[in-house]
Design a protein around this ligand. Structure first.
Ligand code: RP5
Length: 164
């Protein structure tokens, strides 16, 4: 199976990356992890994206906070789909990163997740990979039905407690 790359703009973004990694591992999706910054290591970030496809990477998850240009800067160098995660860690609570990630100019798309949305980024990456991987698709469907069962169980418990 092709890999997912999880890229964070700073080591301080690691807690968000770990949410994505945990989810990828639970689905047995192969991944690699790097710290690359659009601003502090622009040449290395560009080179990573230039070579991503040739290195067997099918989806890139890019996590960045503040003036979050990482996802867009990577997207400028590859047609490998980029999933951007805006990181919360700023005085503006992540709204800065959210808008920087989501407001890409026409022609260079980035799929923007919620602020700190590591889990959904991994699931979305897995959904992309599952287009050509029936086994992964089955795992994702099982995850959905497990989720449904769990919510219905909570509903039963709460209904029994309050609806007398
Ligand atoms: C962004 O600036 C990083 O992605 C991080 O979220 C934020 C702060 O970086 P550090 O100052 O913690 O390295 O580029």
């Amino acid at each position: 199976m092709k890999k997912v790359a999880v890229i964070m703009g700073s080591a301080s973004d690691l807690p968000i990356a770990e949410k994505a990694i945990e989810q990828l591992e639970s689905l047995d999706v192969p991944y690699e992890v790097h710290v690359l910054s659009a601003h502090r290591t622009p040449a290395e970030a560009a080179s990573f994206a230039d070579n991503a496809e040739g290195n067997g990477i099918a989806v890139i998850i890019a996590i960045a906070g503040k003036a979050a240009h990482l996802a867009g800067a990577l997207a400028a160098h590859t047609t490998v789909p980029i999933i951007g995660i805006p990181a919360q860690g700023s005085d503006l609570g992540g709204m800065d990163a959210l808008l920087s990630t989501v407001q890409m100019p026409p022609g260079i798309p980035v799929a923007a997740m919620a602020i700190n949305g590591g889990k959904n980024a991994a699931l979305f990456a897995a959904q992309i990979l599952s287009l050509s991987d029936p086994e992964l698709k089955e795992k994702l469907k099982t995850l959905r039905s497990d989720m449904t069962r769990s919510v219905l169980e909570s509903n039963r418990t709460i209904e029994e407690k309050y609806n007398k």
